[in-house]
Design a protein around this ligand. Sequence first.
Ligand code: ME8
Length: 506
Amino acid sequence: MNRFYITTPIYYVNDVPHIGHAYTTIACDVLARWYRLNDQDVFFLTGTDEHGTKIAQAAAAHNKEPQEYCDHISALFQESWKQLDISNDGFIRTTTKDHETAVQAFLKQLWEKGVIFKASYSGKYCVQCERFYTDDELIGGVCPDHRIKPEEQSEDNYFFRLSHFREDLLAAITQEDHPQHFKIFPQERRNEVIGKLKQEINDVSISRATLDWGIPLPWDRSQTTYVWIDALTNYLSAIGYPNNKEKLDHWWPANLHLMAKDILWFHAVIWPALLMATGLPLPKKIFAHGFFTVNGQKMSKSMGNVVRPAELIQEYGVDGTRYLLLSAFPFGQDGDFTKDLMKTGYNAALANDLGNLISRALTMVEKYCNAQSPAGEKSDLFNQVIDDLKPIGKSLDHLAFHTALSTLLIAVDRVNRFIETKAPWKMAKTVPQEVPTVLYEVVVSLKAIVFYLWPFMPGTAQTIWMQLGETKDLVTTAKKFLESPSLALFNNQQPIQKGTPLFPRK
Ligand code: ME8
């Protein structure tokens, strides 16, 4: 069995979860579920990033001790992911003892390799980004991401010689036969990284002299670890580094680090360089998806336009939210979420296409088959639907969630058209004995669709499965089906359960 280690960024606890965090986490969840169905040994990690100036300031603004504040917000992230049916295997918090031990061990390795030096530094620090900016990176003197003027900071820091790794990184990214080759997607983002690596790059500060809320450096306890070095190490500390070698060797290197483009440099350059320096293998693939706005504006606390997952769940349900976030625009690109887009997407794909299909199929089985899933032996429709669905696997390998969902709707559409063409309600008047055979084709085709729907909309898939009269375990059956599709996997002549509409129109 192949193993697959997939990660989201660990989110800052300076704010409660919003749909930007949900976007990445749902995407990872779909992949984790899909690879589990395809018999891979999956470890899906997410978590919270709890140190640094930004967090210390947020805690103070809430009149709380930093740890108490972190405990509170981290719990909110965990609750949100539970609500959204996220199937993460691990949840890492950077304020745990194990993580602290791992960060110190990692730093010690770097120190011993001679890639750390001390220097005094003056620069412009954006607390919201938790990073220094050079003058030419600023736009009109403000941070390009947060549009705020960075603070002038001057202190003695320890630095990592990132610049020493520039050529090795370029080679590892661009040469497929390089022993440390890793991939960056999408292509435009990869080109940006390569473009920057072709020029001089700065060494990076790895410690702060003036911040208490962090992990002390093992060789100089007057300084705390720079929050990004602390945070990146989570990908190792969560899988047993440094003490559980067996676990670490099983899961590392990660198969996929997923994040938005805002933090690609940290993942595609700083993190691989740190790993190179310590002699650990590099992650295999780094994918930076787009950044979205809401109603044309960047979500920000100060604008008061931050959308929480709970708001979407209330309007569209858990699976409606999961679907809408991933179907709105291609995954690697930027996009804009508007209320209209969501409502239209929901009504068209979920209420009209999928929801309506399930409801009419169940109504007909109830009416013409005595509310029992019909028996049958063969189905051309089933074979066609399987052919329709097959490309979904490739789309998911490329993180093309948007394409995968359109493909799923092609299969849904095929079954809808089959019903229109056969018109069982007319057959019931002329050739009633043939109606169950037609409905058999519909029901088994829907069950095939359910398997592919499950990674995206697990709750809905489970409901449809049971409504169609299945009592077998959905996941076990799906695994068998994906290995070798067969009509023999299904239960026939079982009572169906017609429930309330899955996706009421909005
Ligand atoms: O950067 N569109 O945490 P963070 C798309 N702690 N994705 C979005 C988004 C949006 N509008 N807003 C947020 C950090 N995201 C660090 C990471 S990892 C070692 C440390 C998602 O809370 C997206 O995944 O600022 C983005 O990269 C991440 O949230 C930033 O989360």
